[in-house]
Design a protein around this ligand. Structure first.
Ligand code: FES
Length: 98
């Protein structure tokens, strides 16, 4: 049965969990909510939204993978928050908190 809601948590921070619908635009939701994740380009180019992700979500596409190889090759859980397709409950840690 498809999920009707996904929860985004921010472990080890004072930020409250945020609920969103599956496939909802994460960058838009996190921008209007209080979150530790900052955004710049929102197109997967600048790397401002680099995060570490815990949870089962679709893997990065080729363009995101290329950016991650440049920005955080040593962190297999690294993702660009503006490119994540949220399909499950996830935990996000902003790159600056690593
Ligand atoms: S906001 Fe620029 S890569 Fe995500």
């Amino acid at each position: 049965m498809p999920r009707s809601s996904c929860t985004v948590r921010f472990p080890n921070s004072e930020f409250s969990p945020i609920a969103l619908e599956p496939h909802q635009n994460l960058a838009e939701v996190l921008t209007v909510q209080n979150s530790p994740v900052l955004f710049g380009c929102r197109t997967g180019i600048c790397g401002t939204c680099l995060v570490r992700v815990g949870g089962d979500i679709p893997p990065p596409d080729r363009d995101e993978r290329e950016m991650l190889d440049i920005l955080a090759a040593e962190f297999p859980q690294a993702r660009l928050a503006c490119q994540i397709d949220v399909t499950n409950d996830i935990a996000l840690v902003a790159a600056k908190e690593r």
